[in-house]
Design a protein around this ligand. Sequence first.
Ligand code: 8YV
Length: 308
Amino acid sequence: MLRGLLPRQTAQIEERYTAHRLDLAEDREALLAQVAPRITAIVTSGELGCSAELMDRLPRLEMISCFGVGVDGIDLAYCKQRGIPVSNTPDVLTEDVADLAIGLTIATMRRIVAADRFVRAGSWQNGPLPLATRLAGKTAGIIGLGRIGKAIAKRAEAHGLNVVWHGRHDQPDVSWPRRPDLVAMAREVDLLVVACPGGPATRGLVSREVLSALRPSSFLVNISRGSVIDEPALVEALVAGKIAGAGLDVFADEPNVPAPLLDLPNVVLTPHIGSATEETRDAMAQLVVDNLDAHYAGRPLLTPWRFD
Ligand code: 8YV
């Protein structure tokens, strides 16, 4: 285990299997040297992933159970080549992550966090907060219309936003119009929401060019992975006022957040909490255990990651 889960599910694993906690080891090298030849499964998370270097040291490794839907931190090419299946935790977190995307959108466009600071600082005594931006009637462009992207689109519509989206493939069952050209979509939208998976295929997708195509009145929200955005270019755009604001739950080098963002009043920052509710984390942790159980019982994984 590269980390614990929730206490209930960590206990289940410890009862059913011989579990070694790499995160709690005083000397990780010593623990690895001792147990590596016997390890048959790894429990990891979206953030921690799993390197080829680590897997290379585990000759009997049979599967990886990931606490999180995003498996971009896991060396998937290596897993594919060695035939190591990976499970993740889709569906159970969709609604929460979509809620956070909309929460960040409203918090940023309506300046809820700045308003809270304004009241606490006693500034209300001196007059009203400057006006914010209405959501209804604006256009949201969602990058990645998977499960989470769709849940965001539904919510965005309920808030009166027009929805367009960018993704690699057409989706015939979807009524929201697709925009194959991301730069052109950035020019069109008032709000860009990043909801695609991380990993090599989307690294830097929201490039300097895409960011420059946004208008000074446009906002950006990211609940996906920091790697999808050219972060230095985003920081520059925000500092220079080239975009109106951003709501960011994920960063390129967590838990480090670029220092200039900390001083910007038009940016709302959260510490990667898209799935961080009691209910969802419980369901995610249970899926991690259930996938391990399925594997060891010789049954198909419940939620296998589908390799390309
Ligand atoms: C984390 C996430 O995995 O699901 C994902 O891809 O990024 C999150 O849910 C979660 O924080 C567990 O570490």
